[in-house]
Ligand binder design. Sequence first.
Ligand SMILES: Nc1nc2c(ncn2[C@@H]2O[C@H](COP(=O)(O)OP(=O)(O)OP(=O)(O)O)[C@@H](O)[C@H]2O)c(=O)[nH]1
Ligand SMILES: [Zn+2]
Length: 215
Amino acid sequence: MTRENVLAVKLDGQVKTPDATSAARPDRAEAEAAVRTLIRWAGDDPDREGLLSTPDRVVRSYEEFFAGYAQDPVEILQRTFEETDGYDEVVALRGIRIESYCEHHMVPIIGVAHVAYLPRSRVVGISKLARVVEAFSKRLQIQEKLTSQIANAIEEVLKPKGVGVVIEAEHQCMSTRGVHKPGVSMVTSRMLGEFRHNPTLRREFLTLIGNPAGF
Ligand SMILES: Nc1nc2c(ncn2[C@@H]2O[C@H](COP(=O)(O)OP(=O)(O)OP(=O)(O)O)[C@@H](O)[C@H]2O)c(=O)[nH]1
Ligand SMILES: [Zn+2]
């Protein structure tokens, strides 16, 4: 396991030994065989022409869907800038698209994240906030954990005066199966530091992002 993965696991709050993590990972052929099994289980023939390359395509898709396990938010947030001429107001990224995957049903969670922080002295390259969102989204998730992980990583690495994260997302496990309720958003937030304790700052952030769900 690389140093990056060790740090990612630490931020995950999970205790996993590197060996257990690598030993548990099947190779590509095993993953493709599992897809063939699912196709057969669905009632189709994995050897018919249209499905022959499907296991390969599905595994390649999974490489994209779950790319976040190989990304290290600590590393991503390393590049910061100090020459801000004393800028000490909120920095916010509004409407970062989220494509994540429900850990209960392995179907998409689609929505947006709003991420803000109050810098202490240094600021981070803004694309890096979106990259942190990406690193945690491209994993099996529940929305509460995703929200917390993004906020916690920014707090732990940048050590700003405060962090606010709000996510609004539709869960396809609720819209395309099960209870079948399309158009319903789940809204979660995690406020740390001054965003938690200073109601004015919290209100400013929520106003800035358009008060989702009438927060
Ligand atoms: N809190 C939370 N729940 C989620 C999230 N994503 C999916 N769920 C819910 O996880 C629950 C799993 O419940 P189970 O009863 O074990 O699964 P299920 O039988 O498929 O349930 P239904 O979805 O109601 O058909 C469901 O209520 C989902 O709506 C999430 O991000 N956060
Ligand atoms: Zn689900």
